[in-house]
Design a protein around this ligand. Structure first.
Ligand SMILES: Cc1ncc(COP(=O)(O)O)c(C=O)c1O
Length: 427
């Protein structure tokens, strides 16, 4: 690369990734092939519209590319339709809201403090100004059980047009059948939407339940977390697919077409075809048997990491994990806030993020918790016994958080260990 300033930063980032262990549950390391596709010449091409119906010429290769990504995504998740164009998870959610809601309509979604995502109605978002978000919570954060009685009561009172199941900081499985029963009680206009951004890879591998098996109409996801693809979004749906250039009737059966129209031209311009290429590669990889084994190992590693943390005095929200993600209350456990823990762990090369815990007594910038997960370290090849080592480093770093020399020694240990596990792009 001729641009030495950017080249230097890329080199430094590669070294940072090589020498540390990535525990942020929403990150992963993509394969060499995904990286190659994302860095490909498809970045040059404008392809507004959909295959066979574009607003620009020269679509000889983009049409089959997008069709390939769509077919693979449908197969992975058992969907009738896939829109592979959303630039990321937030615009994917935005497009579904736009497809189904009128201004002022109600969405019933998981409370942000109990694991929901910003795009599920946080007051700072644009959609929260346009739609009316009502929130359900866990009944008891020590077990993680959702308060389905409250969810039902809220649904019957507010008659939401969308009931949204999904989370970015919830370590347990949702009971999709209960969501579906409640939506049926609300009425035939109630759309069941699952935002599976975090667990899409687990669902694709059959390791987590698939909301479509319980009557959900729409699944949104990012493609860059457990699914191990490029940074992007994806919308899957059930229903009839028709020409997106013609406005269909506003029915649940037509939701695939309503979504296509809401993505383009509703909320986005031209798709990023180099990213669509990366998605197609990642979906192909996720269809391979090896991906099932990978997803199983993510969950095994997370369960072991949770146990090892508990042995060392960490209190875990919901008492553990059933997926890839762990939420630890470091304030309750050790009297420090999540920011202090995040920084101490960063010092030794373990990257994770501070996070609020349910009904957090501390403010958002210095919350009580840390959030961590195993998708990325599992990609590196780490197994259950390595989780004990990570838990031990975490405890040692937190104990020695003010001791620079102990932190430096721990950093060397983490680095020596991490370098034994090459990044996929190095192999
Ligand atoms: C559940 C959920 N939905 C949506 C998003 C937004 O995705 P993006 O950051 O790609 O816009 C995230 C990202 O963390 C998420 O966890």
């Amino acid at each position: 690369m001729k641009d030495t300033a950017v080249a230097k930063l890329i080199r430094q980032e590669t070294e940072r990734e090589r020498r540390g262990l990535e525990l942020i549950p929403s990150e992963n390391y993509v394969s060499k092939d995904v990286l190659e596709a994302v860095g490909s010449i498809f970045t040059n091409k404008y392809s507004e519209g959909y295959p066979g119906r574009r607003y620009y010429g020269g679509q000889d290769n983009t049409d089959p590319l997008e069709e390939l990504a769509i077919e693979r995504a449908k197969k992975l998740f058992g969907a009738d339709h896939a829109n592979v164009q959303p630039h990321s998870g937030a615009p994917a959610n935005e497009a579904v809201y736009y497809a189904w809601l009128e201004t002022g309509d109600t969405v019933l979604a998981m409370d942000l403090g109990h694991g929901g995502h910003l795009t599920h109605g946080a007051p700072v978002t644009r959609s929260a100004h346009q739609y009316n978000f009502i929130r359900y919570k866990m009944k008891d954060p020590t077990t993680g059980e959702i308060d389905y009685d409250e969810l039902r009561a809220l649904a019957l009172k507010h008659k939401p047009k969308i009931i949204l199941a999904g989370f970015s900081a919830y370590p347990r499985e949702l009971e999709y059948a209960k969501f579906a029963d409640i939506a049926r009680e609300v009425g035939p206009e109630c759309l069941l939407m699952a935002d599976m951004a975090h667990i899409a890879g687990l669902i694709a591998a059959g390791v987590a339940k698939n909301p479509f098996d319980y009557g959900f109409h729409v699944i949104t996801t990012t493609t860059h977390k457990t699914l191990r693809g490029p940074r992007g979004g994806l919308i899957l749906s059930k229903g009839t697919v028709s020409n997106p250039l013609k406005a269909p009737e506003h029915t649940l059966e037509n939701i695939p077409t309503l979504i296509d129209r809401a993505v383009f031209p509703g909320t986005q311009g031209g798709p990023h075809m180099h990213i669509v290429a990366g998605k197609a590669v990642a979906f192909g990889e996720a269809l391979e048997p090896a991906f099932k084994e990978y997803a199983r190992q993510i969950v095994k590693n997370a369960a072991r990491l949770a146990d090892e943390l508990k042995k060392r005095g960490f209190t875990l929200v919901t008492g553990g994990t059933s997926n890839h993600l762990i939420l630890a209350d470091v304030y309750g456990s050790f009297g420090i806030d999540g920011k202090v823990a995040e920084e101490a762990l960063d010092e030794i090369g373990l990257t994770l993020n501070k996070n609020a815990i349910p009904d957090d007594p501390l403010p958002p910038f210095k919350p009580s918790g840390i959030r961590l997960g195993t998708p990325a370290v599992t990609t590196r090849g780490l197994k259950e016994d390595d989780m004990a080592r990570i838990a031990e480093w975490m405890k040692q770093a937190i104990d020695a958080r003010d001791d620079k020399s102990v932190l430096a020694t721990l950093r060397k240990e983490v680095e020596t260990f991490a370098l034994q596990f090459p990044l996929p792009s190095d192999q």
